[in-house]
Design a protein around this ligand. Structure first.
Ligand code: RIB
Length: 284
């Protein structure tokens, strides 16, 4: 018949299975699929766009009914268009999650990154910090850009001039935090805002090696609130992202959409939250 038989299977593409931010996402997506009587196929892309494309071929050959897609960080708008076209060729409905593009007809489950960047930075400013080093993620990702805009919003609100020499572009891995501190150590700063917890861990290690005390010498804020962040010797102040909730909503959306595209309601943007722990304190 012309009607495609459902396999009740979703594919989930994540960039880095070692980062527990994405394991949390995978766990919640799997749980929600299970609840609905569906199955999830997990694809770890190693944060490489060409593997996003390879996995979409694989998922199509396994007749999945839909895809939940978190982009690799080397994805540009043009590269995203390749993925989009491939999904269209296979007639595969999809929803983006976490890393997204604001495009017409592209569904997404997102968390407000501009707000997250603002909350982290304003927290440091409220503690008297004005020289705030910033270790970003890859800048081709919209979510990284939004976090940086939030950082700038907070500086501007409090009359602090933005200083490009305090910015280092990292990779959302621990090594990015280490390299960030090594590169920035010539600069004067009393606080560091790392755009994810893994890079905050790297920064933490590098600062310790330089005999800098956290938080007495340098306050440190991360982003994500992954499971180990509160387990550090100095528990990490960070921005908690409701990624599990975003994952659940993405599953419900795509299953509804597969059933009836006109009745599925778009997923509302979720808000991140500041979690204050011991890695930040009043500037001395
Ligand atoms: O830790 C991975 C980071 O990349 C997260 O902050 C997430 O939001 C993503 O885009």
């Amino acid at each position: 018949s012309l009607v495609k038989k459902k396999t009740k299977t979703l594919g989930l593409l994540i960039p880095d299975i070692r980062n527990s931010f994405f394991s949390m996402l995978a766990k919640e997506v799997e749980d929600e699929c299970h609840k609905m009587g569906w199955t999830m196929i997990l694809c770890n892309t190693g944060d490489q766009h060409h593997r996003d494309l390879e996995y979409i071929d694989v998922l199509a050959s396994k007749n999945v009914d839909g895809v939940i897609y978190c982009m690799a960080s080397d994805t540009t708008l043009e590269k995203f268009q390749e993925v989009h076209e491939l999904l269209q060729i296979y007639k595969l409905p999809f929803i983006m999650i976490d890393r997204t593009y604001d495009l017409k007809n592209v569904h997404a489950a997102k968390i407000d990154n501009r707000l997250g960047g603002f909350l982290a930075t304003e927290h440091l400013i409220s503690l008297g910090h004005s020289k705030i080093a910033c270790i970003t993620g890859p800048m081709n990702l919209m979510d990284t850009q939004a976090r940086l805009s939030g950082y700038k919003d907070a500086l501007e609100k409090h009359g602090i001039v933005f200083d490009q020499s305090l910015i280092y572009h990292g990779n959302y891995q621990m090594s990015g935090g280490v390299h960030g501190i090594t590169e920035l150590k010539q600069q004067e700063f009393t606080a560091v805002f790392a755009f994810n917890d893994l890079m905050a861990f790297g920064a933490y290690k590098a600062l310790k090696q330089m005999k800098k005390k956290i938080p007495e010498d340098v306050s440190l804020v991360g982003y994500d609130d992954i499971v180990f962040s509160e387990m550090l010797e100095v528990p990490l102040t960070t921005i908690r992202q409701p990624i599990g909730k975003a994952g659940k909503l993405a599953v419900r959306f795509i299953i509804e959409y597969i059933d009836d595209p006109s009745s599925a309601e778009e997923v509302p943007m979720l808000s991140p939250k500041l979690i204050k722990r011991d890695s930040t304190m009043k500037r001395k």
